[in-house]
Design a protein around this ligand. Structure first.
Ligand code: GLY
Length: 312
């Protein structure tokens, strides 16, 4: 089989590395790829959001299966587009990718499905949001609804900071007009964060090994928060009881709710979980493999990844 991986991160290198080990895979291409993917596959100079060029390449090269790494092309409908051309692609449709692309969608889904998450309110105008943050206990988190390259989440320790965050997101539109049209104000969850990635086929859920990423930029847990400087698995935080709890009270009701809404989820459902003193709470969902969590998780995976992704 010929495989195309879309993206250019450590995540995509891990995917290329693992997929290349499958006995049924003969070629792995990566668009646009990086220095690592060039070692285990063949880089193709097409950007991850250039849907037309990617479809053209997949058809010309006879690609049997495409794996989409990052959230932006998924949210833009890359998988739907490939399917329109009769090409098999792994990842959620545009409608299902809303679970990451719209924080309001995800929080409402969690509320409807009784998934444990932080208490929150949604606002589509700055005035009621300003009034609300005057009444809160701190810290709170102000979140832009849409994708903002991981930057649209602002932790606020007092009312002044929350008012400034509302200004930045909704009035100055620092994270883009669409991302700032709606905001969420939610209680800040206290605890360590765990990444639980599960392969989902619409109704079947296969959790992969849990992991944790190093969030702060510098050694010794110092410096600015990042999307993850590195990751490790196994982690002592993830006991079997905790994982059963997350599967039963978060993954299962979420996947069923997506199906009921006629936006069935196929792909990797990534639960960002905060392990609080009261138990696990879902901080957010992502609609893709984690970066960098994919690196240790796929190192531990014994099953053929190509078989798993095709089955999903
Ligand atoms: N490591 C965080 C993420 O992939 O979103």
């Amino acid at each position: 089989m010929k495989i195309l991986v879309i993206g250019k991160g450590g995540r995509e290198h891990a995917l290329v590395w693992k997929l290349a080990q499958s006995p049924r895979v003969t070629h792995v291409f990566c668009a646009p790829g990086n220095a690592g993917t060039a070692l285990d596959g063949v880089n193709v100079p097409i950007e991850a959001n250039d849907v037309d060029a990617l479809v053209k390449f997949a058809k010309k090269e006879g690609i049997d299966f495409t794996v989409v790494g990052p959230e932006d092309p998924l949210a833009a409908g890359m998988v739907d587009y490939f399917q329109e051309f009769g090409l098999r692609a792994f990842g959620p449709t545009r409608a299902a990718a809303q679970i990451e692309a719209s924080k309001v969608f995800a929080k409402k889904l969690m509320r409807d499905a009784d998934v444990p998450t932080a208490e929150f309110r949604v606002f589509d105008h700055p005035d009621p949001a300003r009034a609300y943050v005057q009444t809160r206990e701190y810290p709170v988190v102000v979140k832009a609804d849409g994708l903002a390259a991981g930057k649209g989440v602002i932790v606020c320790s007092n009312t002044e900071e929350a008012l400034a965050a509302i200004e930045r997101v909704m009035v100055k539109e620092e994270f883009g007009r669409a991302a700032g049209r709606q905001i969420i104000v939610e209680k800040r969850l206290e605890g360590e964060e765990l990444s639980v990635l599960a392969l989902v086929s619409g109704r079947t859920i296969v959790p992969l090994a849990p992991s944790q990423d190093h969030k702060r930029a510098f050694d010794g847990d110092t410096g600015p928060n990042t999307g993850g400087m590195g990751a490790y698995s196994p982690t002592p935080l993830a006991t079997p009881e905790l994982l059963n709890d997350i599967e039963a009270h978060a993954l299962v009701p979420t996947v069923h709710a997506m199906k009921r809404r006629r936006t069935p989820f196929r792909g990797v459902l990534y639960a960002g979980v905060i392990v609080t003193n009261q138990g696990p709470r879902i901080l957010e969902y992502n609609c893709r493999f984690g970066d960098p969590e994919t690196q240790p998780v796929l190192m531990r995976l014994k099953t053929d990844l190509c078989d798993l992704l095709l089955a999903a």
